[in-house]
Design a protein around this ligand. Structure first.
Ligand SMILES: [Cu+2]
Length: 126
């Protein structure tokens, strides 16, 4: 037979386990929510545009570029930040490119084949 003290220890053990599990669940949910910032369509409503073409996110956020209308498109940064560019042309509707912005600043970008048509945008990272 278990003594009262043994029951108490068992209950304490389970409570600490549950606390750890709930804490890690909560942390993973908030981290996931922070990491996901926004989506930008590449080609929208039959036009050669990024939609939205201007966006403000927090440092550390990830923006997902979704290939949409009138491909091929790419994402090339024009005022520095070459390391974030994805110059490969993307031909498949629905394909995505994820870019994480770790440093605050102004990130101007364009789609190389359609820059002349005005397919440009800017992301403000705060
Ligand atoms: Cu384009």
């Amino acid at each position: 037979m278990k003594t009262l003290t043994q029951y108490k220890h068992e209950i304490m053990w389970w409570m600490s386990r549950i606390t750890i599990m709930l804490t890690s669940l909560f942390l993973s949910m908030t981290l996931a929510a922070q990491a996901y910032a926004a989506e930008i369509e590449m080609g929208s409503n039959g036009n050669l545009v990024f939609n939205p073409s201007e966006l403000t996110v927090a440092a550390g956020d990830t923006v997902t570029f979704v290939n949409n209308d009138l491909p091929p498109h790419n994402v090339v940064f024009v005022n520095g930040h070459d390391e974030l560019s994805h110059p490969d042309l993307n031909f498949v509707k629905g394909d995505t490119v994820e870019i994480t912005f770790d440093e605050p600043g102004e990130y101007e970008f364009q789609c190389e084949p359609h820059a002349g048509a005005g397919m440009k945008g800017v992301i403000h990272v705060e």
